[in-house]
Every structure is written in structure tokens, then in C-alpha cells.
Design a protein around this ligand. Structure first.
Ligand SMILES: Cc1ncc(COP(=O)(O)O)c(C=O)c1O
Length: 391
């Protein structure tokens, strides 16, 4: 009895400094000395300052975050933080309405990363294959390798576009084993779109029962008229799953909300793999985001203006930059991008990561005007002689 009591007390003590305060003990006391971790407050504050002071151009986030209307909606939902069932702003119905589909065509996730993971588990079991390109966004491939599914990744063409004829041929050749085709549109890290004609050709030519996952995380930034969303294929009943996120244009990467749009039978099949990890606040924030079209337009216009200004400045120094339809761009550094990244990091700027095989290209996310000015300043420091220094 005594030892049980001690054990549960010790477990309780393993928590926070607040728990120590509550029991009137100090970390130096006999029980405090047995705490598994020292109070972390100071260390984490330090980490937080370091993080806050970095210029973050590495994860394609929206630097401005949620709009005032979204904050207000999330604030109003704080009172549901302690509930399981609560009014959820009808986010599922609002998304369905937004896309002209039915609520049973929508599957919410903690970011579209969850949608991609769920799709991987749902469609790639039993050693199935996923067909896609390289480089691209890796979540689906990572799930595949975790469950012993195969990844067949085609190289991009010399203009960094996806070769749809090859994608179709490859899918047909392996069709008995293909669990899913993955298309990132526009592609991350290149920022280049797959034309709507190519998507249609793919859907028309591959066997009708092969699921096609089209990741439209950067949909809201696109201007290229050759692109079209693939959502209408869902209403046609094709086995298409479109993944969307609130992390980019809506500025809620840290809040985690994304979703898939697909025929109801695909959604039902995927549902068993979800974690139910979408929180109350973000549902309200998401509903407010859909309504705040003015903010969405402002983020789009501002991001594109800053992207084009930065790209022009880098091109004027002689560098080759891929055309981008997103909130990031890729520039040819002419030397290992890892070295360039390290130079940026020394000066407090986080930028890109490796995207094999494009190891001499740097992916740069668009942030505020001030951040992009600093990026250009540092770029000039790293490449004082323009492109010549890039080798
Ligand atoms: C193409 C693509 N898909 C999906 C995601 C996942 O985003 P999230 O899980 O925040 O919705 C990202 C994030 O960078 C992405 O670039």
C-alpha cells in the first residue's frame, strides 16, 4: 500500500514546476532530486527566443498567420477546450459547400499531412506500389516505405515538369500492383504545375479503379491558366482524392487542419485510419478562414508580389530560378545547396532543405517584405560575384 502510494506520488511529481509549487516542495528537496527532468522553463524560454528571432524561409509557411477574423473565431471557441462534443462551426458542411460536394466527400485531418498518411495506409497495404515523381513532397513515400510498399518515382523532365506520358505508361505496366498514383500539384519543391490536360489524360487512360491522390496544398497561389483543381473529378465519381490544407494561405500550420475530398466509398475506407486529432479551436478558425476571402486575396497578392520581386533580384544576379506558382521558389545555386543553407543559418536565416536529386538547388519560402530584403542582402554576401561564385 505504502509503495503504491509512493509510486503514484512520484509519477505525479514527474510533471511540472507547477506541481512542485502545489506541494510546497523545491527542486533541491529530497523528492525534487528524484525528478526525472529539471524544470525546463528557462531552457525552453531560451529556445523560444532563438526560434522567434530566426527568419524562417524553410517550410513554406504563411508568415502573417491567421487573420483577425480567424483569431476572433478561435477565441470564441476557447470555451470548448475542455469538451469532447461541442459545436464545431459546421466545418465539414462548410467545406462541402465550398467545394460543391457532399459532407460525406470530406475527411478532416490534422493537416493535409494526416490526409496523405491516411491515404498511404488505406491504399498501399499488401505491398502495393505508389507511382509518382522525384523530387516531390515525401509523406506518401515515407508511409509506403514504412509498410513495405514500393515507390516508383519517375525523374522530372529537363524543364522540371512531370512527364505524364511516362506516368501513364508506368501505371499501366504495373497496374495490378499499383495502390495509388500521387501527383503533387503544384509540385513541392519545384513550384511547377501539372496542366489540367495532363491530369485528365492520366485519369482517362489508367485503369478506372486506381486511386489518384492529387495534393493541392498550394492551390490558392496559382495563376497559371493551364492548371485546374481536380475537385470536379470527385463529383464525377472518379477515384480521385484531393488533399487540401489550412497551413499555407490560411496561415495555420501550427494549428493542424487539412482535409481530403473524395468519393464517399474512398472516404469511408480511409476513415478507419484517421486519428481524430483535429482540435476545437482550429475547426472554428478554419470556418472563419473560408469566409475571410479578403484576407486570402491579400495573402495571395502580397506573397506573389514579394516572390516575383525576389526572383527578379536573384535572376538579375545571373542565377537561374524555376518559375513558381506557389509561396516558394527554387534557385540553382551551382554548388551544394547544403553549403549555402549553412551560410544562411550562420546569419540567422533558415532556408530550404535537401531535395535529392536536385542537390544544387535551394528552395526558398516567401516571407514578409522585411525578411525577403534580408534574404537578398545575405544572398549578395554569400554570392558577392553573382552567379560566377556559384561555380
Ligand atoms: C505538397 C505538400 N503537401 C502537404 C503538406 C502538409 O502540410 P500540412 O500537414 O501542414 O497540411 C505540405 C507541407 O509543406 C506540402 O508542401
Amino acid at each position: 500500500m505504502d509503495s503504491k502510494h509512493n509510486l503514484s506520488r512520484r509519477r505525479f511529481m514527474g510533471g511540472t514546476a507547477a506541481a512542485l509549487g502545489y506541494l510546497g516542495l523545491k527542486p533541491g528537496s529530497a523528492m525534487g532530486a528524484s525528478l526525472p527532468r529539471p524544470p525546463k522553463d528557462l531552457a525552453s524560454l531560451q529556445e523560444r527566443d532563438d526560434y522567434d528571432s530566426l527568419i524562417k524561409l524553410s517550410s513554406n509557411e504563411n508568415p502573417w498567420g491567421p487573420s483577425p477574423a480567424m483569431w476572433e473565431a478561435m477565441d470564441s471557441a476557447r470555451k470548448y477546450s475542455n469538451r469532447y462534443g461541442y459545436p464545431d462551426a459546421n466545418i465539414q458542411e462548410k467545406l462541402a459547400e465550398h467545394h460543391g460536394v457532399q459532407p460525406e466527400n470530406i475527411l478532416l485531418g490534422a493537416g493535409s499531412g494526416e490526409t496523405l498518411r491516411v491515404a498511404g495506409h488505406a491504399f498501399l497495404g499488401h505491398n502495393k506500389k505508389v507511382i509518382g515523381v522525384e523530387p516531390t513532397y515525401l509523406t506518401v513515400y515515407q508511409v509506403a516505405s514504412g509498410i513495405d510498399a514500393d515507390v516508383i518515382a519517375l525523374p522530372l523532365d529537363s524543364d522540371y515538369r512531370q512527364n505524364m506520358d511516362d506516368t501513364i505508361k508506368l501505371t499501366k505496366r504495373h497496374y495490378r500492383d499499383v495502390g495509388m498514383v500521387y501527383i503533387c500539384n503544384p509540385n513541392n519543391p519545384t513550384g511547377i504545375v501539372v496542366n489540367s490536360d495532363d491530369i485528365r489524360a492520366l485519369l482517362d487512360e489508367i485503369p478506372v479503379d486506381i486511386p489518384v491522390l492529387i495534393d493541392e496544398a498550394y492551390h490558392h497561389y496559382i495563376q497559371d491558366p493551364a492548371y485546374a483543381t481536380s475537385v470536379p473529378y470527385v463529383a464525377e465519381g472518379r477515384p480521385v482524392l484531393v488533399a487540401r490544407t489550412f497551413s499555407k494561405i490560411y496561415g495555420m500550420a501550427g494549428m493542424r487542419l487539412g482535409y481530403g475530398i473524395a468519393p464517399a466509398d474512398m472516404i469511408e475506407h480511409m476513415r478507419t485510419y484517421t486519428t481524430g486529432s483535429v482540435n476545437a479551436l482550429v475547426k472554428w478558425g478554419g470556418a472563419a478562414a473560408l469566409a475571410d476571402t479578403e484576407y486570402e486575396r491579400w495573402v495571395k497578392d502580397t506573397t506573389i508580389r514579394l516572390r516575383e520581386r525576389t526572383i527578379t533580384a536573384v535572376r538579375d544576379m545571373g542565377f537561374n530560378v524555376l518559375p513558381s506558382e506557389t509561396n516558394f521558389f527554387m534557385v540553382h545555386t551551382g554548388r551544394p545547396a547544403a553549403e549555402v543553407r549553412a551560410e544562411f543559418r550562420k546569419r540567422g536565416i533558415m532556408v530550404g532543405r535537401d531535395f535529392p536529386p536536385m542537390l544544387d538547388h535551394l528552395r526558398v519560402s516567401i516571407s514578409t517584405e522585411e525578411d525577403m530584403d534580408r534574404f537578398l542582402e545575405v544572398w549578395k554576401e554569400i554570392f558577392p560575384e553573382g552567379v560566377a561564385a556559384g561555380g
